[in-house]
Design a protein around this ligand. Structure first.
Ligand code: GLN
Length: 280
C-alpha cells in the first residue's frame, strides 16, 4: 500500500506539461479529496493513502489542462477564497488592480452607489462590499448561473445586504439614477483570438468581446455617460488603449488614466466624466 508521500511522487509527473508546480497541484487535489489542510498532510505523509482511485481521476482531468480551480471549486482573489465553477471566469490577479483603484475613489464618497456590469463569480462587487463601508451595489450579468454563484459568494462573505444581483444586459433591467460609479471587467478579447489551452475551458461569453474585442467596452462607456454616472473603471485588453482613449475623448472627460497590469501591459482605465455635460 502506498503512502501519501509515495502517491504524490507517483502522480506529479502526469502534470508536468500543464503546470510548473506539479507536486503542489497533486497535493492540492489530494487535500480537496480528503477535506484536510496542508498541515494535516505534512503530519501524515507516511500514512496509507486510501483515495488513490479518486485522485487518479482528478489528475487525469487536470492533465487535459482543465483548470485546477474548477476541479477544487475554489479560487483566491485579493487574499480571499471564492467559490468558482466552469460557468464563470477564474479570477485573474490583475483584476485586483481594478478593485484597488476603485477603492481609492469610493472611500472619498459618502454612501457610494456602484453598478457592476458582468459580475461573474462576484469577486469585484464582493471585495468592494468588504472594503467600503455603506456602499450599495447593483451587480448585473446576462448569465443567470453566474448570478447564482455570485449570490452564494456574497452569502459566504456576509455582504448580501450591500449587493443586489440582477439579470440584465448592461442597464436594460435596472435604474442607475444617481449612481457614482460603473465598474466592469467585461469580455474584451477579439472573437478570432486563439485562446491558450488552459483558458479554453472558461466560458467564451465571459471572454470574447466582439470582432475587434472592445465593442462591449464602448457600449459600457456610452451607457455610463448616458446615465450621467461620474466614474467609470474598467479592465480592458492590452492593445485597446489607443482605440478606447480616442473613443473616450468624444465625451470630453475630466480625467482619464490608463493603468498597466503586473506584466506591464496596458490593462484598464479609470475615467471621471463631467457630470451633466453629455446628458441632453
Ligand atoms: N484577462 C483575461 C484573459 O486574458 C480576460 C478577461 C476578460 O476578457 N475580461 O484571459
Amino acid at each position: 500500500m502506498a503512502t501519501y508521500k509515495q502517491i504524490i511522487k507517483t502522480y506529479s509527473p502526469f502534470l508536468k506539461e500543464v503546470t510548473h508546480i506539479p507536486q503542489k497541484e497533486v497535493e492540492i487535489l489530494l487535500l480537496f479529496l480528503l477535506e484536510k489542510n496542508t498541515i494535516w498532510l505534512h503530519l501524515n505523509y507516511n500514512e496509507e493513502c486510501k483515495v488513490e482511485d479518486k485522485l487518479k481521476v482528478l489528475v487525469k482531468k487536470r492533465a487535459t489542462n482543465y483548470p485546477l480551480e474548477y476541479i477544487i471549486k475554489k479560487a483566491s482573489f485579493y487574499g480571499e477564497t471564492f467559490i468558482v465553477n466552469d460557468g464563470v471566469l477564474i479570477p485573474r490577479p490583475e483584476t485586483e488592480i481594478l478593485v484597488e483603484k476603485a477603492e481609492v475613489i469610493l472611500k472619498s464618497i459618502q454612501t457610494p452607489k456602484v453598478v457592476e456590469i458582468g459580475v461573474g463569480s462576484g469577486i469585484v462587487s464582493i471585495m468592494l462590499a468588504l472594503l467600503i463601508k455603506d456602499i450599495k451595489i447593483i451587480a448585473v450579468d446576462i448569465n443567470s448561473k453566474a448570478l447564482e454563484l455570485a449570490k452564494q459568494n456574497a452569502k459566504k462573505f456576509n455582504v448580501e445586504d450591500k449587493i443586489t444581483f440582477v439579470l440584465s444586459d448592461i442597464f436594460t433591467e435596472i435604474d442607475v439614477k444617481n449612481f457614482d460609479m460603473c465598474i466592469s471587467n467585461p469580455p474584451y478579447i477579439q472573437d478570432s483570438f486563439s485562446l491558450p489551452l488552459n483558458v479554453k475551458y472558461e466560458p467564451s461569453t465571459a471572454l470574447f468581446g466582439g470582432e475587434i474585442g472592445d465593442e462591449l467596452l464602448k457600449k459600457i462607456i456610452d451607457s455610463t455617460v448616458k446615465n450621467n454616472i461620474k466614474y467609470l473603471y474598467c479592465e480592458m485588453g492590452y492593445d485597446q488603449k489607443i482605440s478606447l482613449g480616442k473613443y473616450l475623448e468624444k465625451y470630453n472627460p475630466k480625467y482619464v488614466e490608463f493603468y498597466k497590469d503586473y506584466e506591464k501591459h496596458d490593462r484598464g482605465f479609470c475615467v471621471e466624466f463631467n457630470k451633466d455635460e453629455n446628458v441632453k
